[in-house]
Write a new protein. Structure first.
Length: 348
């Protein structure tokens, strides 16, 4: 007699549809808190609707950006501190959008894991919603993918997609000329780039994530997980005030690679390294790896997370406006004939 084949479910294969539905129910309040003008539908549909006219645009150009968080995720997974990694995800996308002159409007996330852990997933996506709220954009959709066999237990990956808009003709950079001033906005630490090197240097130091931070007040892991700073609202206010000609989000490649991206052919940037003090985390990383200034400046933000190129006649007023918005502002240097970035002074 043939033994009947036992009934097999999707859950037996490692995918729990009920857990996915429970996650959507848990995150709906957080997504609702991020709602803004223009949002026409909430989570749960096959697509999300957004009304540009209701958001106040007359002749809009759409701008899109996508990014991830890189191997900073490894630290979040290993420490179990996952409540701010979603802020990093949002920041990496919306900070890029605003550099184009766009106002971020809505955000979608992609969260993939081997086995859905409700508390972990909820904390991550609530962090994403928090980042959206701080940036004035709405979390209107996303995808949660449970993929056993693709990710080890407890591991996950994140990607983000942001869409913004601006009125036709308002795109940046525009009109940059020799003599324009470079304003630097302080970073919140390492942000979300260079973490493969960070993790290598931590391994050379023989410290564990739970050990006291040699450059901060918490544990080493907590200090290295400080979320990427969200510059959107202060920069939108600065653009509205007038005099902003371009912005460079200082991500992978540091000042050396990112600042030239906004400069027209024939113009370069002169940066005075004495204009700011290298934050402790970067001094510690440099010491662990005996990294020279050239390597530091093309790998990390080194304490400057955003550079704003402004008309010299507006530099003081814009610096004051940004400071009043909560930013730490330094005058880095100026635009000059040439190419690339030339440095003077000492990084330290």
């Amino acid at each position: 007699m043939t033994t009947p084949t036992p009934s097999v479910t999707y859950a037996d294969a490692g995918v729990d549809i009920d857990a996915g539905n429970a996650l959507v129910d848990r995150i709906k309040p957080a997504a609702k808190r991020s709602a803004r003008s223009g949002v026409m539908s909430g989570l749960g549909g096959f697509g999300a609707l957004f009304d540009l006219k209701d958001a106040g645009f007359k002749d809009p150009i759409l701008v899109a950006a996508t990014d991830g968080v890189g191997t900073k995720l490894r630290i979040a997974i290993d420490t179990g501190v996952v409540d701010t990694i979603g802020i990093d995800l949002v920041a990496m996308c919306v900070n890029d959008l605003v550099c184009q002159g766009a106002e971020p409007l809505f955000f979608l996330d992609y969260f993939a894991t081997g086995a859905l852990q409700l508390d972990q997933a909820t904390a991550i996506i609530e962090g994403i919603a928090n980042g959206c709220t701080q940036s004035g954009c709405a979390l209107i959709g996303g995808e949660t993918a449970e993929m056993p066999g693709m990710y080890s237990h407890g591991d996950f990956d994140l990607a983000g997609f942001a869409v913004g808009a601006m009125e036709r003709g308002a795109d940046l950079p525009a009109g940059i000329a020799a003599g324009d001033v470079l304003l630097g906005l302080a970073s919140n630490g390492v942000h979300s780039n260079g973490y493969s090197l960070v993790r290598k240097l931590v391994s050379l130091s023989s410290l564990d994530w739970a050990d006291p931070s040699p450059f901060g007040n918490g544990s080493l892991g907590e200090d290295l997980l400080r979320p990427t700073r969200l510059y959107v609202k202060p920069l939108l206010a600065a653009m509205k005030a007038g005099g902003v000609k371009g912005m460079a989000h200082i991500t992978g490649g540091g000042l050396t690679e990112n600042l030239p991206r906004v400069l027209p052919e024939g113009l370069g940037a002169q940066v005075n390294l004495d204009a700011w003090t290298l934050p402790g985390v970067f001094a510690w990383l440099a010491k662990q790896g005996n990294l020279d200034a050239t390597e530091m400046l093309k790998t990390f933000n080194c304490g400057i997370g955003m550079v704003v190129v402004v008309d010299a006649a507006r530099a003081d007023d814009l610096a004051m406006l940004l400071a009043q918005s909560g930013e730490t502002v330094v005058t880095l240097g100026q635009v000059a004939p040439g190419d690339g970035v030339s440095y003077s002074g000492t990084l330290g």
